[in-house]
Design a protein around this ligand. Structure first.
Ligand code: NDP
Ligand code: MG
Length: 380
């Protein structure tokens, strides 16, 4: 029996993690759950999975929760997340909070030597070197949940040092695949929230529409697999979740239906594979798979991420924080779709990168970027 802490249990990854847990009742037990705004869902989850601890974001939510559910410890805020992440009875921490809010608890889980099933890619984008050093130092296991990185992680099993030549990340292209820059000027929030293949939280759905998601994934892949040779290929069917090329010219790929339960399950069971009842891929039904080059003119966010990775130091943290704020502005209807990469670029141009030696250095760069982009947005 392994005990889980699910940070961000009420989100898209969190609820799908609970579906996986539901199908392996003799292997996984929920020790702790966290939610943010969706207190009603957290209450339902707590009733079903009977965790020992829940983390909520305010006193008011704690009050609502304890009125509805008895016998569960309720802790509040970031300190609550941190203590759940490092609780001694927890074996696996599922890091499924969105954005920078997940950074410190993920870091604390790593420092506590846990297995971390990582969905929160922003953590690695902002603080990759610090996170990876902590993984090594504290003998933590960082297993990717992001479908592309899970695919690569599966493909490199058995590949030795020096044998990996290239990583190829596939991208669906999002709802605006094939759009020109002119067409993108006027797209609205509702259209951007309609992802063709995946049902995800709002922030990552917008990131998929701008291709910033793929950019963040390039940086995530760099930290996870220690390779600079990373290519992005548009593959609208989202069946090949990603590929690697080895030095002898072989290409290895992982395929499956677009269903996050698969990579979530693998992150929990690794190195084992367990039978499940999820719907399986049918190649005959699929018929064809297609590939094309990403259009970085219409979707400059991808190029910005490569640029941030090249510059290094605090630049990826600035890209990440500026993007998070810009996506929030777009969702609130305050800026247009193309203002997202435009403002991120302006924020990056205004930044003087430095080497972050600690998480607080990273958070300082993150805060700087948030302030900067707020100032810049007023002039859009
Ligand atoms: P959601 O928006 O669906 O869920 C986010 C979760 O984080 C919710 O539980 C939410 O609580 C909680 N949360 C949000 N803000 C805060 C905060 N300030 N403090 C504490 N908790 C907070 O996102 P997703 O599940 O889609 O994504 C989660 C992460 O996984 C992201 O980093 C994303 O990039 C990554 N990911 C997601 C994929 C997917 O298919 N969804 C695929 C690959 C990666 P509440 O809802 O109660 O407010
Ligand atoms: Mg992904």
């Amino acid at each position: 029996m392994r005990d889980l802490a699910i940070l961000g249990a009420t989100g898209s990854i969190g609820t799908q993690t609970l579906e996986v847990v539901r199908s392996f009742p003799n292997r996984y037990r929920v020790f702790g759950l966290s939610g943010h705004n969706n207190i009603q869902l957290l209450i339902e989850q707590a009733r079903e999975f009977k965790p020992q601890v829940v983390v909520v974001s305010s006193e008011e939510q704690a009050r609502i929760f304890t009125e509805e559910v008895k016998g569960i410890e309720v802790i509040i805020g970031e300190e609550g997340l941190n203590s759940l992440a490092e609780a001694s009875s927890v074996d696996i921490v599922v890091a499924a909070i969105v954005g920078t809010a997940g950074l410190t608890p993920t870091y604390r889980a790593i420092r506590a030597g846990k297995r971390v099933a990582l969905a929160n890619k922003e953590t690695l984008v902002a603080a990759g070197d610090i996170m990876m050093a902590a993984v090594k130092e504290h003998k933590a296991e960082l297993i990717p949940v992001d479908s592309e990185h899970s695919a690569i992680f599966q493909c490199i099993q058995g590949i030795r040092d020096g044998e990996l030549k290239k990583v190829i990340l596939t991208a669906s292209g999002g709802p605006f695949r094939g759009y020109t820059k002119e067409q993108l000027e006027n797209v609205g929030v509702e259209q951007a929230l309609k992802h063709p293949n995946w049902n995800m939280g709002a922030k990552i759905t917008i990131d998929s529409a701008t291709l910033m998601n793929k950019g963040l994934e390039v940086i995530e892949a760099y930290w996870l697999f220690g390779i600079r040779n990373i290519e992005v290929v548009i593959h609208p069917q989202s069946i090949i979740h990603s590929l690697i090329e080895t030095v002898d010219g072989s290409f290895l790929a992982q395929l499956g239906l677009p269903d996050m339960k698969l990579p979530i399950q693998y992150a929990l069971t690794y190195p084992q594979r367990l039978d499940n009842s999820f719907e399986a891929l049918d190649l005959i039904k699929l018929k064809e798979m297609t590939f094309s080059e990403p259009d970085t003119k219409a979707f400059p966010a991808l190029a910005l991420a490569y640029q941030a990775l090249d510059t290094g130091m605090t630049m990826p943290a600035v890209l990440n924080a500026a993007n998070e704020v810009a996506v929030g502005f777009f969702l609130e209807g305050r800026i247009g779709f193309l203002d997202i990469p435009r403002l991120v670029e302006q924020t990056m141009n205004a930044h003087d990168p430095y080497k972050a030696r600690s998480i607080s250095d990273v958070l300082a760069a993150d805060n700087w970027a948030r302030e900067k982009i707020r100032q810049l947005a007023e002039v859009v």
